[in-house]
Design a protein around this ligand. Structure first.
Ligand SMILES: Cc1ncc(COP(=O)(O)O)c(C=O)c1O
Length: 421
């Protein structure tokens, strides 16, 4: 029996309606940008498996470093113990993280990185004997699927059954270059009546919203407002971190730096799950005291797993090589050239790109998981390209190691899909 058939017996997949979409494609091998299914068909992974495998699948350098680490120290609890990969990773991260970050706290995935950040902000004020319980977040943001992360997420498609159980959140629109003053006026009203603990935001690009970009100058004005009103700023760089936008972090484009940063996905280059919630020394110091209860009583069993830390160290090394930096520039330039080629096509409404992220909004309305998405998905797969449209948005976020030939194949497949919209 095929894997596809055996899968149906016991497995339950995420983000899937099994009744209407019972099949899952069985992948048996992945290397570089290529995924191979159980029938031997190959696909270019043009979204780096949800933006994780940025150095290509089963990257030889990363796997050899991880394989060595596996024979030295596999796992040790991180409460009261420490180890070289975690120490070294903290040193390397602090060198490249936006200015002000000085403490590294480990979590397991993007959602728990955000969950940890929310709890950190709440306890920061609690420890200073201030009760603050409300957060501010952008409309249409996505921050994950645990309760705190769901609360700050504005994409209601995921939150429906849970709305009644979520935290108190005030939502503001993203700055678009014309509405900053308006947003600041709204913020003044909000903070006059609510005790705000923090502002959670995806800097510059809202991934799950369809790679929606926003105005850096406007975002900087909002961050300055929060800083001057003693409200913690929490940048969710789970999707944007580690080179995606052309700089190491999207926050590098913005003058005002966040107090807390959430990292995951490309942090470990798609090899193993791990996440980090980093923060300033000021936040860390608010947790020091003579009682255990003043400390951060938040922990995951696999915190700072040595194998995951090693994958991260190897990928940070790769990110800083001239080769990878040149590839990011090449992909970014190719995206711009492709945008020019398709921008006047009748099926194209708008295009946008930053770093290796390219998004194309189609001139049609479509449900996030509707028929158009299925039609496009099957067109892409038949042509050997794995892309996963979000409603009427097609986006690319390829591994940095994608060749120009592979990239051109992705573009030509997208171009041919415009004829079936
Ligand atoms: C910006 C952002 N934050 C958080 C998450 C949640 O990450 P995870 O799926 O690892 O829980 C995602 C996932 O796509 C994301 O894009």
């Amino acid at each position: 029996m095929s894997l596809k058939e055996r899968d149906k017996k016991h497995l339950w997949h995420p983000l899937k309606q099994h009744h209407t979409h019972p099949d899952s494609l069985a992948i048996v091998k992945a290397h570089g940008c290529t995924l191979v299914d159980e029938d031997g068909n190959a696909y270019i992974d043009a979204i780096a498996s949800w933006y994780t495998s940025m150095f290509g699948h089963c990257n030889d350098y990363i796997t050899s470093r991880v394989s060595y680490q596996m024979q030295q120290l596999d796992q040790i609890m991180f409460s009261d113990f420490t180890h070289e990969p975690a120490v070294k990773l903290s040193e390397e991260l602090i060198k490249i993280l936006p200015q002000g970050q000085n403490r590294i706290f480990f979590n397991d995935n993007g959602s728990t990185a955000v969950e940890g950040a929310i709890k950190m902000a709440l306890q920061y004020y609690f420890n200073k004997s201030e009760k603050r319980s409300t957060f501010i977040a952008f409309e249409d943001g996505f921050h994950g699927d645990t309760f705190g992360a769901m609360s700050v997420s504005g994409l209601s498609i995921y939150n429906g059954p849970f709305e009644d159980f979520l935290m108190d959140i005030k939502r503001i629109p993203v700055p678009d270059g014309t509405n900053t003053e308006e947003i600041l006026t709204t913020l003044k009203t909000i903070i006059s009546s609510e005790a705000i603990a923090g502002f959670v935001y995806e800097p510059l690009v809202q991934g799950a919203a369809g790679m929606k970009t926003h105005d850096a100058v406007g975002l900087n004005a909002l961050l300055k407002f929060f800083k001057s009103n003693d409200i913690l700023t929490i940048a969710d760089e789970v999707m944007t971190g580690f080179g995606k936008t052309g700089k190491s972090f999207a926050s590098d484009y913005i003058e005002t730096k966040p107090d807390i940063i959430c990292l995951s996905k490309a942090l470990t280059a798609g090899l193993v799950p791990m996440a980090i919630t980093s923060c300033t020394e000021d936040i860390y110091k608010a947790f020091l005291g003579n009682t255990i209860a003043k400390g951060f009583m938040h922990c995951h069993t696999y915190s700072a797993n040595p194998i995951a830390c090693t994958a991260s160290l190897a990928s940070i090394e790769l990110l800083q090589t001239e080769d990878i930096q040149n590839s990011i520039k090449r992909i970014s330039a190719s995206h711009k050239a492709f945008e020019k080629k398709i921008e006047n096509h009748p099926s194209v409404k708008t295009t946008r790109s930053i770093g290796v992220i390219l998004a194309i909004d189609l001139n049609t309305t479509a449900n996030r998981y509707g028929d158009l998405r299925d039609k496009l998905l099957s067109h892409f797969m038949k042509n050997g390209v794995f892309l996963r449209p979000l409603g009427n948005t097609i986006y690319i976020q390829p591994p940095y190691v994608i060749t120009e030939e592979e990239l051109q194949k992705v573009y030509s497949t997208i171009k041919s899909s415009l004829e079936i919209v």
